[in-house]
Design a protein around this ligand. Structure first.
Ligand SMILES: N[C@@H]1[C@@H](O)[C@H](O)[C@@H](COP(=O)(O)O)O[C@@H]1O
Length: 250
């Protein structure tokens, strides 16, 4: 595992964008696994800037997103499809038909999940999976206690995740209680993983995930078993890991 420490959020975003852009330049038709949440917003902004400057093209890139709220239409402002359109897809040359986000309105969620697993397989697997991390160590919507062997599945969100995501909605009651999410197995099958984390409030989760035991109670801890993980984080998020004596690259 490589751990890169960046001075602040902006530097973290730039470094993460650099890794994604290198992947796209190396393999223009690569499959990118993409993430939502506040943390990757700066990374996407940097990629859009480089695209606009003519340094990068996504014309052949295929993408699969990690998760989607159940019950939200793609046009709902808090749906993850809407997030991806407004933060990335609408501003770059990726072909709409090459972008894939789970359908939150699927009548048969189980069938939607099974089809998504098949889609990932048909695309040839994920070359680079971008991840954020929740305060309880969740990745995508894999919550503490979820089985590491799961593929895409229907998830019931924990109170902590609902609390954390309330900031994006008018009220807590508006936050969906369920979501469709890639499972840990899909994520672990990605050839490379890039996690972005920012802020002091994530320092404890980073410590547990990367220096604690591998346990279902901290879903991100499973990444210790993946052969190609890069963690890009700011100083604040790495503070407890560094205190614990784990060495990081500058
Ligand atoms: N499903 C998403 C995750 O993919 C994301 O990593 C997490 C952290 O988000 P943030 O980056 O806003 O802290 O939030 C949501 O729960």
């Amino acid at each position: 595992m490589r751990i890169y420490q960046s001075e602040d959020y902006k530097a973290m975003s730039r470094r993460a964008a650099n890794i994604i852009s290198a992947q796209v330049i190396y393999k223009p038709d690569c499959v990118l696994g993409l993430a939502t949440g506040g943390t990757p917003v700066g990374t996407y902004k940097q990629l859009v800037d480089w695209y606009k400057e003519g340094d990068l093209s996504f014309a052949e890139v295929r993408s699969v997103n990690l998760d989607e709220y159940l019950g939200l239409s793609p046009h709902h402002e808090q749906s993850y499809r809407y997030f991806m359109q407004s933060n990335l897809f609408d501003h770059i040359d990726i072909k709409p038909e090459n972008t894939h986000v789970l359908n939150g309105l699927a009548k048969d969620p189980q069938a939607e999940c099974a089809a998504y697993n098949k889609l990932i397989q048909d695309l040839g697997g994920i070359d680079l999976q971008l991840l954020g991390m929740g305060h309880n160590g969740h990745i995508a919507f894999n919550e503490p206690g979820d089985d590491f062997g799961l593929e895409t599945h229907l998830v019931t969100l924990t109170d902590r995740t609902i609390d954390a995501n309330t900031r994006f909605f008018d009220s807590r009651d508006d936050v969906p209680r369920q979501a469709l999410s890639m499972g840990i197995k899909n994520i672990m099958n990605a050839r490379r993983i890039l996690m972005v984390v920012s802020g002091e409030d994530k320092a404890e989760a980073v410590l547990k995930a990367f220096a604690g035991p591998v346990t279902k109670e901290v879903p991100a801890s499973v990444l210790q078993l993946h052969p190609d993980v890069t963690l890009v984080a700011d100083k604040a998020a790495l503070s407890k890991l560094v205190e614990a004596g784990v060495s990081v690259c500058g």
